[in-house]
Design a protein around this ligand. Structure first.
Ligand code: AP5
Length: 212
């Protein structure tokens, strides 16, 4: 099973990715997480670090290389869920070519819809546990005592606006690309994380399946 999650910053891609991967027993591949890990370990080039922290998109070749290497690892043989990739048509073309080479294909592209007015509020209150990667919201899903919390540099208000604009520009081409292939499934991302997961399962034609 190969799934793609698309949605604006703060739509809940990371939150849903964790819930869906636990249900399907497949790894989550998040280019954002991989880049943040490279940042923490000091291996992310300075020019990429600056783009990321200011809310811009990295060049296609930088992220395509990450995906090429990660999807070749043994835990991806049974499928995987892509979170935050592809974001542009050249990235989507590169993914298609990669999957054709592997004799596989995308099962569905899930687009999480959340109005822009809610996104900023979600991002400003987001905190991530550095050790576990667990995502929290200071109001809706508060972290437990003792969590080692991180506030992302690109969750500052000035970067959030730029990321939302970049998403809108990007989807103008990416969503029609997948719609024409009959792969796009639109899901309302407003509601509790569990309600959204149920909608995703229904959109995948598996309502009520997997652990409830
Ligand atoms: P990336 O990490 O992919 O960030 P993003 O797309 O901006 O998405 P976010 O991680 O901000 O949000 P999310 O949708 O995962 O929401 P979350 O679940 O955390 O990319 C970061 C950067 O890396 C990019 O800006 C770019 O520079 C670079 N990059 C990455 N991939 C790239 C690519 N392919 N090409 C080029 N550059 C790339 O939820 C957000 C908050 O809301 C949390 O607090 C959460 O608790 C809360 N929440 C979630 N669901 C709900 C709900 N149902 N109800 C209430 N609150 C909720």
């Amino acid at each position: 099973m190969i799934l793609v999650l698309v949605g604006p910053p703060g739509a809940g891609k990371g939150t849903q990715a964790k819930l869906l991967c636990a249900r399907f027993g497949i790894p989550q591949i998040s280019t954002g997480d991989m880049l943040r890990e490279a940042k923490r370990s000091g291996t992310l080039e300075k020019r990429y670090l600056d783009i990321m922290d200011s809310g811009g998109l990295l060049p296609d070749e930088a992220v395509i290389g990450l995906i090429d290497r990660r999807t070749a690892e043994p835990d991806c043989r049974g499928g995987f869920l892509l979170d935050g990739f592809p974001r542009t048509v050249p990235q989507a073309d590169a993914l298609d070519a990669l999957l054709v080479g592997q004799g596989s294909g995308i099962e569905a592209v899930i687009q999480l819809d959340v109005p822009r007015s809610l996104l900023e509020e979600r991002l400003i209150h987001r905190r991530t546990d550095k050790r576990s990667g667990q995502i929290y919201h200071l109001v809706y899903n508060p972290p437990p005592p003792g969590a080692e919390l991180e506030h992302r540099a690109d969750d500052r208000p000035e970067a959030v606006g730029k990321r939302l604009d970049a998403y809108e520009a990007m989807t103008a081409a990416l969503l029609p690309f997948y719609e024409q292939k009959g792969l796009l499934r639109r899901v309302d991302g407003v509601g509790t994380p569990e309600e959204v997961t149920q909608r995703v399962m229904s959109a995948l034609g598996r309502p009520g399946s997997g652990g409830e």
